[in-house]
Write a protein that binds this ligand. Structure first.
Ligand code: GLA
Length: 432
């Protein structure tokens, strides 16, 4: 229940302020998914405003995404074929597989759900989604949250109805349905930008910022917390201005696909963006392809590890009706998820690279570090001559290490300890 609400900015964080709030749920974000607009509790000191900025008796909370959002999205597997039934099946399987309890709580419908507008301009879902409110109720009844997709343009990327000139109306409709997450994809708005500011890149970028801000304000106006996910492929260094337009996450690249070259290229190219990630605001290297295409076991493990090291949103994209135990174990590895979801909210970066071997480190709460030794090469590597670079990570001498994927405590290791890293594989350690 909420008595009043509003937005405030504190230390660069946009906070949702509510007069009355109830407890915290999965990921410390929202509870009572079944009960409509749910409340969110603060997770981190950074997200807490000063006493002076706090209205009396008010609970202050980051809107959503205190840790990188976790869930599932329809696009990577189902693309334009997704239906209401696929979403319900996925919701059921998120629960029965254990994924919900591992943190995957958002069920996100991507493009191709949109129908036409009615006489009042209200967006309708198409015949694949006969009753969006009933679907939201179903998803919420499973303790999950529902996400949806639109574009600031007149058309989405798959040429369905977009939100141009209907922003407030659409946000209100999403709130009425019980939507908890919006992915807002630039698509045809690129054409609007070019038409309105021809040969003026700065003017075009301004239009883009305004379009994203407009939908943010429309969401705020509904009073319903929704994760706001920007999708414009990293244009105009979105990480620099995403937080100012209310984004909880922003895509940093073009689309991922289910092959090692594309996945690893995207993941590796995130080095340097780590300073822009923080609780409430995450770099998004796109959704997971774990379990899709022909990714091998080691490639799936590398994918999951790289995204965890990046504090990336973990939005699975596989067909859960066909998920093998092997893929389930990768997606639900508790220690890898804990690295991604670490409360410090720091994105990792590359510490050292030599040929195909790269060593990445991610600071964790309490002074530990996740250390990933990747082998992007075509043959196994024994790391001959490659140090772990522990000193460069801030460790003075030997450290105590845990091997995450082997689920094994290694005891003390030193800078010259060698690991054998398989082709396209990784060794993931937590050291302290
Ligand atoms: C773009 C996005 C994808 C997906 C499709 C849907 O390509 O980057 O993630 O949402 O549009 O049409």
């Amino acid at each position: 229940m909420r008595v009043w609400s509003g937005m405030m900015r504190v230390g660069g964080l946009v906070l949702f302020v509510a007069g009355l709030a109830v407890g915290a749920g999965a990921q410390g974000t929202q509870t009572g998914a079944a009960s409509g607009a749910a409340s969110i509790q603060p997770r981190t000191a950074a997200a807490r405003p000063t006493a002076a900025a706090t209205p009396r008796n008010a609970a202050i909370r980051p809107v959503v995404a205190a840790t990188p959002p976790m869930g599932w999205n329809s696009w990577n597997y189902f693309a334009g074929k997704v239906t209401d039934k696929d979403i319900r099946d996925t919701a059921d399987l998120l629960v029965s597989s254990g994924m919900r309890d591992a943190g995957y709580v958002y069920v996100n419908i991507d493009d191709t759900w949109e129908g036409k507008r009615d006489a009042t301009g209200k967006i309708q879902s198409n015949e694949k989604f006969p009753d969006m409110k009933a679907l939201a109720d179903y998803v919420h009844s499973k303790g999950l949250k529902l996400g949806i997709y639109s574009s600031p343009g007149a058309q989405t990327c798959a040429r369905y109805e977009g939100s141009l000139n209907h922003e407030e109306q659409d946000a209100a409709t999403y709130a009425e349905w019980g939507i908890d997450y919006l992915k807002y994809d630039l698509c045809s708005y690129g054409g609007v930008m070019k038409a309105q500011a021809p040969n003026d890149p700065a003017g075009q970028n301004k239009l883009m910022h305004e379009a994203y801000e407009k939908m943010h304000q429309a969401i705020v106006k509904t009073g319903r917390p929704m994760v706001y996910s920007l999708c414009q492929y990293g244009m105009d260094s979105v990480w620099e201005w995403g937080p100012q337009v209310g984004a909880n996450l922003w895509r940093t690249t073009g689309d991922i696909s289910a092959n090692f070259d594309r996945m690893s290229l995207i993941g590796r190219s995130q080095d340097g963006l780590e300073k822009y990630a923080a609780p409430g605001h995450w770099n998004d290297p796109d959704m997971l392809e774990v379990g899709n295409g022909r990714l091998s076991h080691d490639e799936n493990v590398t994918h999951m590890t790289l995204w965890a090291m990046l504090a990336a949103p973990l939005i699975a994209g596989n067909n859960l009706t066909q998920m093998t135990p092997e893929i389930a174990a990768i997606l639900m590895n508790k220690e890898a998820i804990a690295i991604d979801q670490d409360a410090l909210g720091k994105q990792g970066n590359r510490v050292y690279a030599e040929g195909p071997v790269e060593i990445w480190a991610k600071p964790l709460k309490g002074g530990a570090k996740a250390v990933a030794i990747f082998n992007f090469g075509e043959t196994a590597s024994e790391m001959r001559g490659i140090r772990l670079h522990l000193k460069e990570m801030g460790f003075a001498g030997a450290v105590t290490a845990r091997d995450v994927w082997a689920a094994k405590d290694l005891g003390k290791i030193k800078d010259d300890t060698k690991f054998t890293v398989p082709r396209h594989g990784v060794v993931l350690l937590v050291v302290r």
